[in-house]
Ligand binder design. Sequence first.
Ligand code: GCB
Length: 908
Amino acid sequence: MRVIYTIPLKSIKQLTIYTCLLLFGINSFAQVKNQTSGRQLTRLNDLWLFSKDPKATASYQSTGSLNWEKVTLPHTWNDKDVMDDEPGYYRGVGWYKRKFVTNGSLQGKDVFLCFDGANQETEVYVNGKQASKHIGGYTRFNVDIGKLLKFGADSVNEILVKVNNRNNDDIAPLSADFTFFGGIYRNVNLLVTNPVHFAENDNGSDGVYITTPVVSAQAAQVKVKSMLQNSSASAQKLQVNTVIYDADSKRVSTQQTLVQLSAGQKKALVQDLKPVTNPNLWSPESPYLYRVVTSIVITKTKQVVDEVSNPLGLRWFKFDAEKGFFLNDKPLKIIGASRHQDYEGMGNAVPADLQVHDMELLKQMGGNFVRIAHYPQDPVILQTCDRLGILASVEIPVVNAITETEAFTQNCKNMQLEMIKQNFNHPSIIIWGYMNEVLLRPKFGNDKPRQEIYYGHIRDLAQMLDSLTRKEDPSRYTMIANHGDFDRYNRVGLTKIPMIVGWNLYQGWYSGNLSGFGTYLDRHHTELKDKPVLITEYGADADPRIRTLEPVRFDKSIEYAIKYHQVYLNDMLKRPFVSGGMAWNLADFNSETREETMPHINNKGLLTIDRKPKDTYYLYQAYLLKKPFTKIASSGWTIRTGVADSVSGASMQPLQVATNARSVELFVNGKSLGTKAPTDHICNFQVPFVNGENRIRAVDAAGRQSDEVTIMFNLLPAKTNSMQPVNQLNILVGGNRYYIDEQLKQLWIPDQAYKKGEWGYIGGQPFKGNNNRISYGSDKNIYGTFNDPIYQTQHVDIKQYKLDVPDGDYELTLLFSELVGGETKEALVYNLDNNHSKEQSAEERIFNVDVNGVPFLKNFNIAAEYGYTTPVNKTIRVSVLNGKGFTVDFTPVKGKPVLNALQLRRID
Ligand code: GCB
């Protein structure tokens, strides 16, 4: 594992190094490993030029004519186009180039460009000659450029990199619910070594592999395997020194071994170190790290020619099919989340600090595990896991399907090897994975014999990857993550091959109901008795802008998501055979093909895509944290509206408090509402909201933890036709949810059937899209708005809308969007009971709208005038007189009239 050190410019010697770095054009953040170690590793992220102009697909020869823009790495070319309404994003070639000035000091050195990740096919050219080609977007690769460089005084070299993120059937992933952002989206480093060094060409690793064959509370055996390389023209007598330092930099074990390497030879050396006695064990509560420093010394001159440093965590673990997971002989329920690597507005090109912060947020949530899914991620993730004590699994991106070619198999094999070798020394890793939901929508559905052959290829690939993994690293477990089709995975044999079966389960979301989750777990326990199990995914969309008093499956409300996670957590926690589970996902992430309430974003995250905690995150804190925790879970819902009770004058609405205390007392504007004990870590209070400010304070039983929030309440009079003016009403017609428009700070409220003295629809029924999981509304992208949920619900066949409001001048806006028809889009593969392929037939819809008897919209045809799933707002100014309020009449000309939302504003 490679570590980059910052060295203060103390001595003249170091100044020389710094000068030399400036010559390379390396920015002021450049960091350098102490030169006595013999290697220099410096960041090379600045001063790149990038081109993706139409000629960008051209060959190397024609890159001279491209239009170049200045960029700094990490960089992706898809940060913007994945968010527009145009389906698809650029998947093709992008070129990067950079000048690289050398002086004589590099002569005789080995020089490598180290790419932490570029998606996904990368060719590197130096001074016009191809230096390498790498396949796969998620692992590191080192390119030996030394032989292609010019070394004269101030020689200018040109590095040119061609990156291609096109679809390539021979490279995983083929399809997935995430975006395949293109570019050099991780750091690039320049590595300069002496000719004798730890091998850089062993699958992108740093050439040192540490194992701990036996660890107990009394002693830990440590074995270090080093890949040594002599690229000089003469034989070398060497000494390899390995030292284990404890966290106080005290040497706790050392080993010196003499080795001889002939010219050009590469050799593996294994050192068995003297056991570390009474080791400080590594665990989530106490992530104690030793360091293993391995150096190569020329015997004759005593010169240290190379040195690498790796973390060492001493721990042992096991998965048991009956009793779950054990770390250092103690049972430990694994609870955490999966993580994708992108961030709002940045795509996958995310600075290290933000990535580290993700792991900190996982730790602060009380999580002890991260599933790094569906692909290996930036090196800082695992470094942070080691440091914070977060256990981890990593996997290669074989997602949804495979290609039955030799090339696909070989690429998978290389990815698996790279993943294992590059991350081998992280104590946080306990599992290597290699497939996710690979039988989701198996190919050849109409040709069963052919499908059996396909299954056979999947089985062979799984077997090959599993055997390879066990051979490369017998100290860890292997895992496949399956979707919830027990019989299919069993029949194909994928539940037998890995050491752990992972299930991605969505009962109560994509299919079935919440009680199906526990039933599924018990089925595993009965039928796969000997297989340890992890719930590798579970989750529900949670749009913090959507709230409801009546949560139902697929309403995307936070309230449903809380209910969902409570059930899943309870079911996992009470079953010892379930080793643990990982919520899908730590944070919302980009998935370009998704529509729903936040187009292009999968919002199952416990955090938003810019990493703000959702109430579900607080729920996890309440379940997992040992220290006292109390948080008002409805804290994101700070603007509310409701109708006043005619007796009390206030409006009763629920408010949730997440806690790990025995009880919580709630105060509203200083007055106690009493104390409540939580159910599944949530206290449900009914709060009598008054108009204006409601200062809410929750205090735990012991008075140790409290939380406060101020909720602005817009109290509607019990009767809207009372003399009290109604300044504004925003109604989501055909829906049962509240929607917070964050930009305008406005709240949209659920619809109701007309009640005298209030408002509501007359006739018709809520629109229901053509899939079984959705209770009302549509999940289609509404073009050109961020407020999709305003237009995604609709009342169909509506006869009238009445609003009984006092006399006055008003602006009435009727909001429409044609939700039926338009292009047939492919169903999202995960929606297993959704069949979008049968798009509801779009019969022509033409209707008239009259407001208080005056024609407003005549022969209104939304689709013809505006197109499908497009927001349409129609505003009319009306003076209400004689206590008549509003009557909006909808008269069909053809088909059924609709209304999606309604806004009333008083303007006098
Ligand atoms: C899954 C997939 C994951 C999706 C997730 C979802 O089963 O493994 O890639 O993002 O479901 O949210 O649909």
